[in-house]
Design a protein around this ligand. Structure first.
Ligand code: GLY
Length: 279
């Protein structure tokens, strides 16, 4: 079953020492502050533990010092219905990250499809799967050709393209927060993007507007017999957005700090590939 938040497995990867000095940053990100690697690792450990505590089978790859951004595994593959599309990350420095990811996803029994077209670019952070359809953010990292290949691989679903500007990825400000609920930031850019998505879609979604765009990157899990679970940024980081999460009824809300990786444009979804493995 492929639905929003329906996952049995998670793939994560450690944080290399090289992240602090070498990870990519958008201009102005992190306000010039250095990443504290020890704190980043502790925050990441708690994130991974939160996934394990929800009964997900977690595979943890070791960090690779050659790839400062390798903790952001979401960008390296899109998994749906037993198929893993191995991405071609838009940043050349990140392309080699996919080799280890491909191997582990193959070892886990997924059907592997590689994006070999050298004109294609696609980061998983630009791919929003709602359970009913895909939205692909066309950003500095993902292009038309990448979106076409994704549409070709996941033919059972409608795939709509939407422009992303002012943020690294589509999911930097827009993620699923429930089966038919989209979490969206309140910036003009975020709201406009969601309006465009709604115009292209046959489906109707509820929206959860968060005062902070960054807080709209949350991880929704719909685990059998465990109900709705949402990993979201903490009240210390985003007090106004945390109040909005607090209004969700019948959710297990799990605040997760992400102060360090946020300095290099990493959100909560960036740190895992979540998928449902039925066989
Ligand atoms: N630092 C995350 C990325 O730029 O891909």
């Amino acid at each position: 079953m492929a639905g929003a938040g329906v996952y049995s497995h998670a793939l994560v990867r450690g944080i290399p020492e090289s992240l602090a000095a070498g990870a990519l940053r958008r201009e102005g990100s992190g306000e010039g502050s250095d990443v504290n690697t020890a704190s980043a690792r502790e925050e990441h450990r708690l994130y991974v533990q939160a996934l394990r505590d929800r009964s997900l089978v977690v595979t943890e790859l070791p960090a690779d010092e050659a790839y400062p951004d390798c903790v952001f595994v979401e960008d390296t593959a899109v998994v749906c219905g037993g198929t893993a599309l191995i991405a071609r990350p838009g940043a050349p420095s990140r392309r080699g990250e996919v080799t280890a990811i491909k191997k582990v996803l193959s070892d886990l029994g997924l059907n592997i499809v590689e994006m070999t077209d050298e004109t294609a670019a696609l980061d998983g952070g630009d791919i929003l799967f709602t359970g009913k359809e895909f939205f692909v953010g066309l950003s500095a990292r993902t292009n038309q050709r990448g979106a076409e290949i994704l549409a070709d691989v996941f033919k059972d679903y409608a795939v709509s393209k939407v422009s992303v500007s002012g943020a690294l990825h589509l999911k930097s400000f827009c993620t699923m927060a429930g089966p038919e609920l989209i979490a969206i930031g309140s910036s003009d850019q975020a709201q406009k993007t969601l309006m465009n998505m709604q115009e292209m879609s046959e489906h109707r979604y509820e929206k959860l507007t968060l005062p902070d765009d960054e807080a709209a990157n949350c991880v929704y899990l719909n685990i059998p017999n465990k109900g709705h679970v949402l990993l979201h940024r903490t009240a210390e980081e985003f007090p106004d957005s945390a109040k909005e999460f607090g209004k969700l009824k019948d959710y297990l809300l799990i605040p997760v700090r992400n102060t360090e990786l946020a300095k290099v444009d990493g959100g909560l979804t960036c740190c895992s590939i979540l998928f449902n493995k039925t066989v």
